[in-house]
Design a protein around this ligand. Structure first.
Ligand SMILES: *Cc1c(COP(=O)(O)O)cnc(C)c1O
Length: 391
């Protein structure tokens, strides 16, 4: 029997009674580097924690089940997951990547994977059609939807159909919506990426990454890579992410409710020139998002009237903290141009509209009145310093 989502977050798909017979409710942290064998040719199923560890394995089962994958692998960070994913490719292979990817992914592709002979095209797949970009060397398409930080929405099912027609892998970074709001494998994706540091962990206390696979064959190749390169997640960190996942659905619901209220507030603030949120009917991706996702998420980007106001906000927020990252219970505000996207080439920044007036807000689960009061306060103090002279 398959449990429903919220139950799977708490229990996994079916209670795991295999651990140690103690009746422990919380899955144990198997803090062991190696495992003893009973005799020659006899194994408990565990040999050495670089290959597999019971706590990491439990986490992988839960994440695979939340994403409807055949398997999932847990890495020491999102970037470790993506770097390991690149090991599936050979020199000469071509990958089409959406141009508004997480900045760290672009840095990895341009500075490490490219050196290893893999070629990339960065394209705005929310607007440009995919098929004409495909060459005989093309092996995969990598997308995020909604994109970071501009919230462009890409049709996963349509992209999967074109990718599969040409024998390409479709890889979707699903960090922003989490499996609670979106399941790319059900829409045709072959591999799903997560930075587990974000919503899955949910508390800004642990780094983790995942690759979830739709086929056994790819999972097997990735298992070889994880055991060979040693990029797997440690037992203690695996346990922290397991604990974070227990409240994933509750956190996402509350944070999204807060995000919707903040979007409404930002829309009415005249010093905010643009609000980027997939849940706004005027967002070009609204209809696609409605069709392929169960929610619009808890991430908002917005453009203010000047760089000076952006700097003022970053300097004066207190409850909302000025920090990189997203997806935790704490609200964080980020300045993409110097933080998450600092290493992204200028032409890509300009093409995406990531200017020095754009801020990105990861909405947490605090009381909404306190969050709005904080925003009102920082805009008012800017107005007192600047606006009043304007009359
Ligand atoms: C943070 C993030 C990553 C990288 O994950 P880390 O855990 O920080 O290494 C990759 N993709 C997206 C969309 C992210 O937000």
């Amino acid at each position: 029997m398959e449990y429903n989502f919220l139950t799977k977050c708490v229990h996994g798909n079916g209670r795991d009674t295999s651990c140690d017979g103690s009746g422990a409710i919380s899955f144990p942290i198997y803090q062991s580097a190696t495992f003893a064998h009973k005799g020659l040719g006899e194994s408990t199923g565990y040999d050495y924690s670089r290959l597999q560890n019971p706590t990491r394995e439990q986490l992988e089962k839960v994440v695979a089940s939340l994403e409807h994958g055949t398997d999932a692998l847990a890495f020491s960070s999102g970037m470790a997951a993506i770097a390991s994913l690149m090991e599936l490719f050979q020199p000469g292979d071509h990958i089409i990547a959406v141009n508004d990817l997480y900045g760290g992914s672009i840095r990895l592709f341009d500075h490490i994977s490219k050196k290893n002979g893999i070629k990339f095209s960065h394209e705005d797949l929310s607007k440009v059609s995919l098929e004409p970009l495909i060459t005989p060397e093309t092996k995969a398409v990598i997308i995020e939807t909604p994109t970071n930080p501009m919230m462009n929405v890409i049709d996963i099912q349509k992209t999967a159909e074109i990718a599969h027609k040409h024998n390409l892998l479709l890889i979707v970074d699903n960090t922003f919506l989490s499996p609670y709001f979106q399941n790319p494998i059900l829409l045709g994706a072959d591999i799903v990426i997560h930075s587990g540091t974000k919503y899955l962990g949910g508390h800004n206390d642990t780094l983790a990454g995942f690759l979830v696979t739709a086929s056994e064959d790819i999972a097997e190749r990735l298992r070889f890579i994880i055991k060979t390169t040693g990029s797997g997640l440690a037992p203690m960190d695996s346990w922290l992410i397991l604990r974070g996942i227990k409240t994933l659905g509750l956190r996402m619901d509350k944070a999204q409710e807060n995000a919707l209220a903040i979007v409404k507030w930002l829309k009415e603030e005249y010093r905010v020139s643009k609000v980027f949120y997939p849940g706004l009917p005027e967002n070009p991706g609204y209809e696609v998002c409605l069709r392929q996702s169960r929610g619009f998420g808890c991430m908002i980007s917005f453009e203010v009237e000047s760089r000076e106001l952006a700097a003022h906000i970053l300097k004066h927020v207190r409850l909302i903290q000025f920090a990189e990252s997203l997806g935790g219970v704490e609200s964080l505000i980020t300045y993409p141009i110097t933080q998450t996207h600092a290493d992204v080439p200028e032409d890509i920044l300009a093409a995406n509209g990531i200017t020095d007036c754009v801020l990105r807000l990861s909405v947490g689960i605090e009381d909404i009145c306190d969050l709005i009061k904080e925003l009102e306060g920082v805009f008012e103090s800017y107005g007192r310093q600047h606006g009043e002279q304007e009359g």
